[in-house]
Design a protein around this ligand. Structure first.
Ligand code: ATP
Ligand code: MG
Length: 587
């Protein structure tokens, strides 16, 4: 992965912080195959040097990280070449579409940092034009009204090894076809009773060319055209013509449309209209993730997650709520690059991108997720010191803040072991550690729950000469742990997320079951954390590094004085690695 990543990064040049990036077509270095094609077109003058792309979502769900790849590609290419990119809703299937989805898609594209300016289009804007073109095809004997049912059409279609059978309605006269098609539009026939089909070749080796359906009868209220239409164009009939109408130069889509290209070409050629170039690339797949809107909708509607923007979802809105930044997502999309063959990207790369971004910009704070009480027996009761803490060691311009320190603190339960294993450098009986921004403290005693034997309180003495964390006598301590002052701590509901699925490939399931059997029952754990008082008024969407624990983002469920945090991603936990290595060694 690392090597591949390096190569791809090289291909794309440096990743800037703005959505806009430098250099047309990655000038200087090698470029990916799509930019290569565009460069060639620009050289030969195929589109007169124009580059005009589009992002064409169907508003039948929320956008996911796979769509982000397509968005970054389409809008990114337009930016690099000084071209344009349209946002076009592919709204040809009213029964599954909704304005809620339209709105969320626009919000997500904008949030990712892209702008379609005044080029917002809908396939439904072109329904009349598409209808007129269909009439043209009928007139030239290239389309016919067919009375076969959907099931019959499927049966007649044949297979990859067997040619299809011609429909008995295939040779209707132009006049009859025109009349029937008009009556289809006028609503004279029941849903599903007739279709308009292209008249191509029922023996064509490409099944898409075997008289594909262009229109179906469907009485469904469309979110834009209302009940004006009861026939709707099929995706394959609409898509290429929409691109043509908008004078798209490069119609970039995913590999599954590769064998639809001959059909798009056929339609454009029959109509004799402007011809964009379709280019296919491999869709993004991620480990531990499902990436189809149908499956994401199933997760939402069956209540496996709290909604489309549940922070465990691979949706843009879920990632946003989780604390991802547009910069991190764009950087991820640049690093994975584009290829001609399907592959699966390790979700750790996505996590790496957000860590890298937040490391630069997230202020550090102290918070304790699983508190253990620590009492400094020799620290004066009632005394409070304000300790100066650095907001971001990566960025001195982010300044400092003060954190209250007192006799009673909370530390992380994990940072104390009564019987410390080898290489454990945190607190244990008799051991000395550094309290971050505080003092060196040595453990003198523990209090246990008499019933369970569990340590419920740790007693220490502090060394007053070590304020700030350094000992004047030069003695070294290996461990530094974080803390919050007990009387000052703010409680905060904190949601810890793990992968939504337990399997790298969630689709790998026993016969007869679906991907939901691989759902991770521990994908969400909620704890009541104790956080430093400065976080009481954290604003929704603000991101922090909880020192030593990970990056966290304030959730919209927060109320004034009652922040709720989502863990965006953990920090790499070296101890977990060591422990794992030790365990492996024991086995
Ligand atoms: P899904 O399969 O998730 O339902 P879709 O392809 O049906 O997605 P569309 O709304 O049609 O969703 O997609 C809009 C654009 O995004 C299309 O050009 C499509 O090719 C692209 N796209 C969808 N999924 C991915 C993906 N995983 N990786 C890259 N591009 C994608
Ligand atoms: Mg689709």
């Amino acid at each position: 992965m690392a090597k591949q990543e390096e190569k791809r990064q090289g291909q794309h040049g440096t990743q800037s912080d703005k959505a806009g990036s430098a250099g047309p077509g990655g000038s200087g270095g090698a470029v990916d195959f799509i930019r290569e094609i565009i460069n060639e077109h620009n050289q030969t003058g195929r589109f007169g040097g124009r580059v005009h792309t589009r992002f064409p979502p169907e508003p039948n769900g929320y956008l996911h990280i796979g769509h982000a790849k397509s968005i970054c590609l389409n809008f990114g290419i337009a930016q690099e070449y000084g071209g344009k990119c349209n946002l076009r809703f592919d709204d040809t299937n009213p029964s599954k579409e909704d304005v809620e989805y339209v709105e969320s898609i626009m919000e997500d594209v904008r949030w990712l940092g892209f702008d379609w300016e005044d080029r917002l289009y809908y396939a439904s804007d072109y329904f009349e034009q598409l209808y007129q073109w269909a009439i043209e095809l009928i007139k030239s004997g290239k389309a016919y009204v067919c009375d076969l049912s959907a099931e019959e059409i499927r049966d007649y279609r044949g297979t990859l090894t067997q040619p299809g059978k011609e429909s008995p309605y295939r040779n209707r006269s132009v006049k009859e076809n025109l009349e029937l098609f008009e009556r289809m539009r006028a609503g004279e026939f029941p849903d599903g009773s007739r279709t308009l089909r292209a008249k191509i070749d029922m023996a064509h080796p490409n099944l898409n060319m075997r008289d594909p359906v262009m229109y179906r009868i469907l009485r469904a209220t469309h979110h834009r055209t209302g009940d004006r239409w009861c026939i709707y164009p099929m995706y394959d009939w609409a898509h290429g013509q929409c691109d043509s109408i908008e004078q798209i130069t490069h119609s970039i889509c995913t590999l599954e449309f590769e064998n639809h290209r001959p059909l798009y070409d056929w339609f454009l050629d029959q109509l004799g209209i402007y011809h964009p170039q379709q280019i296919e690339f491999a869709r993004l797949n991620l480990t531990y993730t499902v990436m189809s809107k149908r499956k994401l909708l199933q997760l939402v509607s069956q209540g496996h997650v709290r909604g489309w923007d549940d922070p465990r979802m691979p949706t843009i809105s879920g990632l946003r709520r989780r604390g991802y930044t547009p910069e991190a997502i764009r950087s991820f999309c640049a690093r994975i690059g584009v290829a001609k063959v399907d592959s699966v990207v390790d979700i750790q790369l996505l996590e790496h991108c957000i860590r890298e971004d937040l490391n630069r910009r997230a202020p550090r704070v102290m918070a304790v997720l699983r508190p253990l009480r620590l009492v400094l027996d020799n620290y004066p009761e009632g005394r409070v010191e304000l300790m100066e803490a650095i907001n971001n060691p990566e960025d001195p311009s982010m300044g400092t803040r003060t954190v209250p320190f007192s006799r009673e603190l909370y530390i992380e339960r994990d940072d104390f072991r009564e019987v410390p294993p080898p290489k454990y450098y945190r607190l244990a009986p008799g051991r000395e550690v550094r309290l971050r921004y505080g003092y060196l403290v040595r453990c003198t005693d523990v209090v246990k729950d008499p019933a369970t034997g569990e340590v419920v309180e740790v007693h220490c003495t502090y060394d007053p000469a070590t304020r700030g964390g350094d000992a004047p006598d030069g003695r070294k301590v290996k461990g530094t742990i974080h803390w919050v002052s007990a009387p000052h701590a703010q409680t905060a509901e904190t949601r810890l997320y793990d992968h939504l699925f337990t399997q790298p490939n969630p689709e790998e399931v026993p016969e007869g079951q679906d991907f939901t059997v691989n759902l991770n029952p521990k994908s969400l754990e909620t704890v009541t954390a104790l956080v430093e008082p400065s976080l009481a008024d954290a604003k929704v969407g603000e991101r922090f590094q909880f020192e030593r624990l990970g990056y966290f983002c304030v959730d919209p469920d927060s109320l004034p004085g009652k922040p709720v945090f989502n863990r965006t991603v953990t920090l790499r936990d070296t101890w977990a690695k060591i422990e794992k290595a030790l365990k492996l060694g024991e086995d």
